[in-house]
Design a protein around this ligand. Structure first.
Ligand SMILES: [Zn+2]
Ligand SMILES: [Zn+2]
Length: 228
């Protein structure tokens, strides 16, 4: 089994798709080839590394951890396994709803300002409802402003900060939002095991687990949409 020559330490809040892409680029390899080498067929559902469950984790991560030279638990932390996938057995309805409606499989949103500060993809940008950056008080970017394509969370060929059309996402103009609008993203950060600072709050929403929060929000969003 080939191992990558250059290894990089993952950031605490980095997405697994983004990490694989960052490593591939650093090693002068194609991210797509890395997925194929790890036996993660990109055309099938198993390529969605957010959908890892107890049954699929060893299948998905054995080769990948050897190639990336990282232990499987470190890779699982970068996916949503600890927050979602491992609960599939006894919360299957909730987890399936969240996987379908709450987490991007192949695309992501980004904060151009975060990306400019450090060029790696944040895991929580893959959560649908994570629409603002709490740090910069701006809306996340959903599509490339030049070619209007959605931003992919893997498969980038040369750069994590550049669209296939050549536009640098870090040059995108951001739209500021009111501080209150970033509260929900902040809550997601707080409930996410990889980024939590374990602060205590009087707000009962902070006592929820991430999967419960996302399920409640998806449930109400879909209910409201039905009556509109
Ligand atoms: Zn930001
Ligand atoms: Zn573009």
């Amino acid at each position: 089994m080939n191992r990558l020559l250059i290894t990089l330490k993952p950031f605490k809040d980095e997405s697994l798709h983004g990490y694989i892409t960052r490593l591939a680029i650093e090693n002068g390899a194609s991210p797509l080839n890395l997925y194929i080498l790890a036996d993660l067929n990109v055309n099938k559902e198993k390529s969605n590394l957010h959908l890892i469950t107890k049954e699929t984790q060893s299948y998905n991560f054995t080769k990948l951890s050897m190639i990336l030279n990282k232990c499987q638990s470190e890779l699982l932390d970068m996916s949503f396994y600890n927050e979602l996938g491992k609960f599939l057995d006894y919360d299957s309805h909730q987890i399936n709803v969240i996987h379908r409606w709450g987490i991007f499989a192949r695309r992501t949103n980004i904060c151009p300002k975060c990306l400019k500060e450090q060029s790696y993809l944040r895991k929580n940008w893959d959560v649908h409802l994570y629409t603002c950056c709490p740090k910069h008080g701006c809306l996340l970017l959903e599509r490339c402003p030049t070619c209007n394509r959605y931003i992919r969370n893997f498969g980038h060929k040369v750069s994590l900060i550049e669209c296939m059309c050549g536009f640098k996402f870090t040059d995108a103009v951001t739209k500021n939002v009111e501080i209150e609008e970033t509260n929900f993203a902040e809550l997601i950060d707080e409930l996410s095991t990889s980024t939590s600072n374990l602060t205590h709050s009087l707000n009962p929403l902070y006592d929820l687990e991430l999967r419960h929060l996302l399920y409640i929000m998806i449930f109400f969003t879909k209910t409201i949409a039905r009556y509109e």
